[in-house]
Design a protein around this ligand. Structure first.
Ligand code: SAM
Length: 246
């Protein structure tokens, strides 16, 4: 969404200075890192697992493919990629706490690496990965265009990027229920489980401010991705966007 003040970006429903957003986002994930997986299960009623499996099914990992999982957090996507036949996975995430949780969870998994790094400046060579993913990350990034450019840069020609993100619900009845669940119930659960209501208020608001499915497709195309497509899951509660570097 366009913010009227060019020096500002959205942080949920607040408009904040571009230079302040990352710190605010880091505070959110510092606060919830230890309970992040549990909260995902509670607030999505476990459905995030099936959305993540849909992402992996669409990517269809092969034994000659190496994955960059950007904003990889506690590591679900990288793990599922390896478990479904991918060769190696590298998680890039800006938050040390989230990476620590992931390292602990997957310490016995081979061919998995981690880097503390921003999606806006990925420490990887040009043309170095066959596949890239970003799951529930893009919404939190200050300069989304820059991070899409970075993902495009590190993909090999012929490589593919799939993004899983909350999106915009298409069914009016479901939308009413979903709004009630996310604005009323989720912050309360967040408060009870993590002691941080604000973090979950931000998460819910940031979803509503995120570009629509066609707008995000357009952003993919503008940075150079080809054959851009999207699929709605759960009626658009989340969407998968796919683009190729041809
Ligand atoms: C909602 S979590 C998603 C984690 C994981 N991908 C998943 O699907 O469960 C968002 C992640 O984005 C990370 N993040 C936020 N800003 C980032 C940035 N600029 N660069 C890289 N990661 C970032 C956070 O630290 C957090 O781990």
């Amino acid at each position: 969404m366009v913010n009227k003040n060019q020096n500002n970006v959205d942080f949920g429903y607040k408009s904040v200075k571009k230079s302040d957003k990352q710190k605010l986002v880091n505070n959110v994930f510092n606060a919830v890192a230890r309970k992040y997986d549990l909260m995902n299960d509670i607030t999505s009623l476990g459905i995030h697992r099936s959305w993540k499996s849909d992402l992996i099914n669409w990517i269809a990992p092969q034994s000659n493919q190496n994955l960059a999982d950007i904003a990889g957090g506690t590591g679900d996507i990288a793990y599922k990629f390896l478990n479904s036949g991918g060769n190696s996975a590298h998680i890039f995430d800006i938050n040390k706490e989230m990476i620590q949780v992931s390292k602990k969870k997957y310490r016995n998994i081979n061919n998995l690496e981690w880097s503390i790094a921003s999606a806006e400046n990925i420490p990887a060579l040009d043309n170095s990965f066959e596949r890239a993913t970003m799951s529930f990350g893009l919404r939190n990034i200050t300069d989304r265009n820059k991070s899409l450019q970075e993902i495009y840069r590190i993909l090999k020609p012929g490589g593919r990027f799939i993004c899983l993100e909350f999106s915009h619900v298409e069914n009016d009845f479901l939308k009413k229920f979903y709004d009630l669940w996310s604005f009323r119930i989720m912050p309360l659960i967040g408060d009870k489980v993590t002691g941080n209501k604000e973090a979950y208020t931000y998460l819910v608001e940031s979803i509503r401010k995120f570009p629509t499915q066609p707008e995000l497709s357009q952003m993919f195309s503008e940075v150079g991705f080809s054959r851009v497509k999207y699929r709605n899951l759960s009626n658009g509660i989340v969407a998968l966007h796919s683009g190729w570097k041809i």
